[in-house]
Design a protein around this ligand. Structure first.
Ligand SMILES: [Zn+2]
Ligand SMILES: [Zn+2]
Length: 192
């Protein structure tokens, strides 16, 4: 009974996805995750559908206060590793999308991190970091901010709630690109 229903939601989501109805697909994958929060398949496909639906977010320049809209999954995503990870629809142990921004009005440079909440699956901006000219490096943080929608605070693998640890491990097992990306991130020292 349970298994049948679970497969049905996933199947319907995939059907929408294959026919280019990404918003519908998102709804089905989310329903699947409501039924079974440990479903790595549903999360994997949800992230694929989100990327395809070309979501945007708005941010405000610190200097000139211009509000602007950017794509969450841009062509020019941060580092090559980050881009690879996004292409592999990496599961959000850290930011789903880390990207560089340039204010269209005054040219100020910024870096944004966007999360897909691992609990309620809404996208939200975790950080917008502004770099001072000449200083170069942006700061990286391991303090995860809480989701503005549900209040959930994303945690590193070992500190996650049990059902999320289960899903995280299943993702690493099932999707080799995800595993490779997780290793790149670990080696980079970002998670220390
Ligand atoms: Zn500006
Ligand atoms: Zn949330």
């Amino acid at each position: 009974m349970w298994g049948k229903k679970k497969d049905e939601l996933l199947k319907q989501g995939l059907d929408h996805f294959e026919n280019g109805r990404y918003d519908d697909a998102i709804q089905y994958f989310r329903k699947q995750l409501d039924e079974d929060p440990s479903s790595a398949e549903a999360l994997f496909h949800l992230k694929q559908a989100k990327a395809k639906s070309a979501p945007t977010y708005s941010w405000t320049c610190k200097d000139c206060k211009t509000q602007q809209e950017s794509s969450i999954f841009p062509e020019t995503a941060g580092s090559a590793e980050m881009k690879r990870g996004m292409e592999a629809e990496m599961w959000a142990e850290i930011a789903d999308s880390v990207r560089d921004e340039t204010c269209k009005s005054c040219g100020r440079e910024a870096s944004s991190s966007i999360y897909l909440c691992e609990n309620c699956f809404e996208d939200y901006i975790a950080f917008v970091t502004f770099t001072d000219k000449g200083r170069g490096a942006t700061s990286l943080s391991t303090t995860f901010p809480s989701c503005p929608k549900c209040g959930h605070r994303q945690k590193l693998a070992e500190d996650k709630p049990k059902h999320l640890v289960k899903r995280y491990r299943a993702m690493l097992e099932k999707y080799p690109a995800t595993k490779a990306f997780a290793e790149v991130i670990r080696k980079s020292g970002v998670l220390k």
